[in-house]
Design a protein around this ligand. Sequence first.
Ligand SMILES: *[C@@H]1O[C@H](CO)[C@@H](O)[C@H](O)[C@H]1NC(C)=O
Ligand SMILES: *[C@@H]1O[C@H](CO)[C@@H](O)[C@H](O)[C@H]1NC(C)=O
Ligand SMILES: *[C@@H]1O[C@H](CO)[C@@H](O)[C@H](O)[C@H]1NC(C)=O
Length: 609
Amino acid sequence: MSTTLQLIMLALVGGSWGQANNTDYKRVLSAVLGHLEGGLELHLRNAEDGDRGIVQFLLEQKTSSLTITLNQDHNDQSKADTARHHFYLFEEVEHVGRILGGLHNTGGFYIIALERHSPADEDLLLDLMDHIWLKHGHSRIYYVLLNEDNVVLYNPFRKTVQEVNGTRTYNRIYQNLQGYPLRIYIFDSVYSSVVGDGASQKVLSVAGADSKLAKTVAKHLNFTLDFLWPDDEFFGGRLADGSYSGGVGRAHRGEVDIIFAGFFIKDYLTNQIQFSAAVYMDDLCLYVQKAQRIPQSILPLFAVHTDVWLCFLLVGTLGSLVWLLLRMFNLLLCIEEIEHRSHRARKIGLVTTARRIFIDTWVVWVRVNVVRFPPFHSERIFVASLCLVSVIFGALLESSLATVYIRPLYYRDPNTLKELDDSGMPIYIKHPAFKDDLFYGSDSEVYRRLDAKMLLVAEGEERLIQMISKRGHFAGVTRSASLELIDIRYVMTNKVHKIPECPKNYHIAYVLPRPSPYLENVNHIILRLVAAGIMNLWTGETKERAKWSIQRFPEYLAELGVGRWKVLTLSDVQLAFYALAIGCLLSGAVCLAEIKLTSCLRKSKKVHL
Ligand SMILES: *[C@@H]1O[C@H](CO)[C@@H](O)[C@H](O)[C@H]1NC(C)=O
Ligand SMILES: *[C@@H]1O[C@H](CO)[C@@H](O)[C@H](O)[C@H]1NC(C)=O
Ligand SMILES: *[C@@H]1O[C@H](CO)[C@@H](O)[C@H](O)[C@H]1NC(C)=O
């Protein structure tokens, strides 16, 4: 029966020993224990073990909480594992076999003290170490050789016993894997692509920023990349039956050592996986079909914003008002006119004057010559300033006109989520995970409505983005980087429009099983590469390559009109002719009406006569 004596022993022992770190193993162990996080459980064979030097030494360490277990059945796994690290004391190597079944790779360390160890046992010890490594993938075991006053670790890559001289020794083992093959998983993702031989299920080559990083890590840690054959699930996740698919599933089951494909850092509903340091960031964005092009015939009307047109009209009207006021003051204050007008000219009525001023203002405002200059200084100055403003307005209009002929104009695209919501479009998604990712659990009314509009659709022959670019009427969800990489042609040829307001932003990292002895050293290299900007360089290069790749497709180039001069044709000046035609028709109609009217008048006159 196992008994746990919570530190009662400590009280019995008391602090009377107060030993110094007078031997090597104590110095090393003391440093190692100071570095461990979490509690340490002492598994003792019997009460007498409590008197042994090493146990006393451990009891004196104040850095971690201690639990003492006596005479425990080593293979008893039903008991909850409360402590992270474990200490066992054995007479010699052969006895270690008793705990083999109970060893767990939980990320904690084991400390196994051997009272008697002779060079003759060396092979036995190595066999044991190798066995544990192969069976459990576990090398977190400090072997304390008491009679040799030594602490050793197993180096599974050199297959040797490594003497420990400090806390860094364990980590140093994993800095050089001596060409050991690590199971690496890379699949076709945003920044990675795989070329493989389907028949033999062998990965032939990998490319992309992720694989460049994988190769760099492999070079620095000196391991061989043993690529796993990708399955169709890509990222994967938790399934309804509680199992896990895709990359998440492989890491969860420990079938892979490192997945060098960017995963969003979020909850994948398993604590058997962990993330490396963040490598880059990405947004989850919505996109819709690009709005229609504005037809050539009415293009000039859209050359400038509506507010510019409104301003134009307003200033014209205000200008005539100001001129009228000036004339009123001039007349009321009896200011002398510059040139003496004929008596007849002065006689004209107030309404006629006002009308003339109104017309003259507009004449100046649209930059036509004014026939007669106003007879007052103040008014002339005003007209001159109006001319200046009209020149500026005219220049703005002309340059905008020239621009819209060269760069095609589109009707307004939705630019915020609110506008998308108002448009009433449904949102089609292809991964069920988007449902939980995107709008779920937000307080915003808009988000809640958008959440309700999401529909999971199966992506068949035709990709979702292709459907949207052709038919529109619904929105899609994708990673921002996809629109800059594989789907860039849809953006460059103005087939789809990304809504700039993206609902989610994620850090992206690689995935490892938990626990993994490689994490720390992999992170070390990743962080250095990220800090040096190398990762930005590689992802930027991928993006530039995506842009460049469009040069290989003449049909897209033709659509973009790259390298062609824009020659203005008759169709570009349609609007002018429309305006002319309408003007002619109107004047014709008025002319006819007038002829009719005069003939009617004449007739009535004749009748009168
Ligand atoms: C033993 O060594 C550790 C670290 O090496 C040190 O913190 C501790 O104070 C030492 N203990 C004594 C009693 O010298
Ligand atoms: C431990 O040994 C390694 C060589 O195996 C050496 O590089 C390192 O400096 C040593 N550390 C200490 C604390 O003595
Ligand atoms: C890397 O591993 C190979 C064995 O595959 C070994 O020969 C080589 O010395 C190692 N490189 C370094 C720098 O340790």
